[in-house]
Design a binder for this molecule. Structure first.
Ligand SMILES: Cc1ncc(COP(=O)(O)O)c(C=O)c1O
Length: 383
């Protein structure tokens, strides 16, 4: 089977697997226990927290561990809004039309609870799939408490100008802590270097299984003094923001995956993936019925998203599966259900058919040239 659905989930890197299983076996004690074994587990967590904080240019206590980007997004969004509602009558939140459901769903839920007090504004987007800084700026008011922008899109792979948006937001109301700036970085961390301080971010969500670490582990950056409420309660772990016994093996694995990003060969790996992606994309675009969705340049190196005229996404994905190729239609993260893509709809307002004809092909650092050739043949045959 050729696996080109790496934006749904990557395989685990062998070095990550080795460390994760070793920690699972040797450091099973509760990291919050006082005895030596518990302290050893906590020592692993502390070291990992330190190296992750260093990698992103922030402080040790500004990184909390979660179960993944869904939880990180929920804490960021609900936590900030619930806190703001304590001191403000009206709160506004700004997002884009191409956010992941792990951002949209918590916003919808909280707006339903406080329909007269929360306004959700969505910035416009064009065919490129890239947000313009001024379009966010135009929506800001003194009531804006949170701006949440996906760093790299999970379907079309477009990368947003996070640093420019951060700089603009910082200047908007320098005397107030608001508007806070959150970004969902689940898809971005593997290929895009980011320093949370330079980007003026207040919150940033990370997911392990999009970057060769296990599923069920993630992190949230919360800048010091960010006004935020917990959304679940228990043993007060993670500075009182995320209760629950910490996942020592998952945390060690996430740390190892981030350490791999610092190796000199990492950049080469990213360019290798980009070259393979370009080879496949160039060939696919020679087929007349195929068009690319989203900007060609400002996109993740592993991402291809195309629409195929007069073809149905679901049928293509099933035919590809039967031919030994795993790809996806729209976003795979919506509990397995195939739906037409809201992201493609948003960037193709004049051709809504495209959202039913789109497929995503996402490479990994383990993808080979032969696999790329076979993928082209399979897709061409299906069409
Ligand atoms: C952009 C984005 N955000 C959030 C998530 C959810 O991440 P997790 O599976 O770690 O909860 C995904 C998963 O596909 C994603 O692509």
């Amino acid at each position: 089977m050729i696996y080109l659905d790496n934006q749904a989930s990557t395989p685990i890197h062998p070095a990550v697997l080795k460390l994760t299983t070793q920690v699972m076996q040797d450091n099973f004690a509760n990291p919050h226990s006082q005895h030596m074994l518990g302290q050893k587990a906590m020592h692993i967590i502390d070291n990992t927290r330190k190296s992750i904080a260093d990698y992103f240019g922030v402080q040790f206590s500004e990184i909390i561990f979660t179960s993944g980007a869904t939880e990180s997004n929920n804490i960021a969004i609900l936590g900030v809004i619930l806190q703001a509602l304590q001191t403000r009558e009206k709160v506004e939140i700004i997002t884009t039309p191409i956010e992941h459901s792990a951002v949209i769903a918590p916003i919808k839920a909280i707006v339903n609870q406080y329909p007269n007090r929360i306004i959700h504004k969505v910035a416009p987007i064009d065919e490129s799939g890239i947000i313009k800084v001024e379009d966010i700026q135009n929506l800001l008011t003194p009531d804006t408490v949170l701006v949440s922008i996906i760093h790299a899109n999970n379907e079309i792979g477009t990368i947003q100008p996070i640093r420019d948006i951060g700089r603009m937001l910082k200047k908007y109301n320098p005397d107030s802590v608001y508007p806070l700036f959150h970004s969902d970085g689940a898809q971005a961390v593997w290929s895009e270097e980011i320093n949370f301080n330079y980007s003026n971010l207040d919150l940033y969500s990370i997911s392990g299984h999009k970057m060769y670490a296990p599923k069920g582990i993630g992190a949230l950056y919360i800048k010091k003094n960010t006004p935020i409420n917990p959304i679940m309660y228990g043993g007060g772990q993670e500075y009182g923001i995320r209760a629950g016994t910490l996942n020592t093996p998952g945390i060690a694995g996430l740390g190892e995956a981030i350490r791999l990003l610092t190796l000199p060969e990492h950049k080469e790996m990213v360019s290798k993936v980009k070259n393979l992606r370009n080879t496949l994309l160039d060939k696919l675009l020679q087929i007349e019925s195929i068009t690319l969705n989203g900007d060609r340049q400002t996109r993740l190196p592993q991402n291809i998203n195309i629409s195929i005229q007069n073809q149905n996404s679901e049928k293509i994905v099933i035919a590809a599966d039967l031919a030994g190729l795993a790809i996806s239609a729209g976003s795979a993260c919506h509990s397995g259900a195939m739906q037409e893509s809201e992201v493609i709809k948003a960037i193709s307002p004049n051709n809504q058919e495209k959202s039913k004809q789109s497929i995503r092909i996402s490479l990994s650092q383990f993808t080979t040239e032969e696999e790329i050739e076979q993928t082209y043949d399979i897709i061409k045959n299906i069409i």
